[in-house]
Write a protein that binds this ligand. Structure first.
Ligand SMILES: [Zn+2]
Length: 137
């Protein structure tokens, strides 16, 4: 059996955000500049690709949008620095994926049935939203 890998899905339009092994989202900076960001589908890999004309700076909290329906992906119910998309794995399990919209901040949370898996060196920043004590206080 050939594993097809995880699919990433917009929670609003259910469109597939992954193409050619990248998750493609539209981004907007505070100054109004907009562009596309390509994220690695491997959780915990924070290599992000962008066109050189779309300059993003470390520490900037960008807005992220579905590249299909353009809905804002901010996960306000947790934190205005986090975005949320859905993921399905090879056997059809569905997860919420939360990750930081702050450029250079490495944290991702994979959530299903109240269970949280943590990825990234900065994942301690937001753990209080899941009823746990932050690791680096
Ligand atoms: Zn969408």
């Amino acid at each position: 059996m050939k594993l097809k890998g995880n699919d990433y899905i917009c929670p609003y339009c259910n469109g597939h955000l992954r193409a050619n092994n990248k998750i493609i989202l539209s981004a907007k900076k505070e100054n109004g500049d907009a562009g596309l960001l390509l994220f690695d589908p491997q959780l915990g890999n924070y290599k992000v690709l962008n066109h050189p004309s779309f300059l993003i700076t470390e520490g900037e909290n960008v807005e992220l949008f579905c590249s299909i329906c353009h809905e804002n992906l901010v996960a306000k119910e947790f934190d205005e620095h986090l975005a949320k998309i859905k993921m399905t794995d090879d056997i059809g399990n569905e997860y919420d994926i939360l990750f930081s919209k702050v450029v250079g901040e490495k944290c991702t949370y994979k959530i299903r049935d109240g269970k949280v898996e943590y990825y990234g060196a900065d994942s301690g920043h937001y753990t209080n939203f899941f009823g746990e004590t932050p690791k680096y206080e």
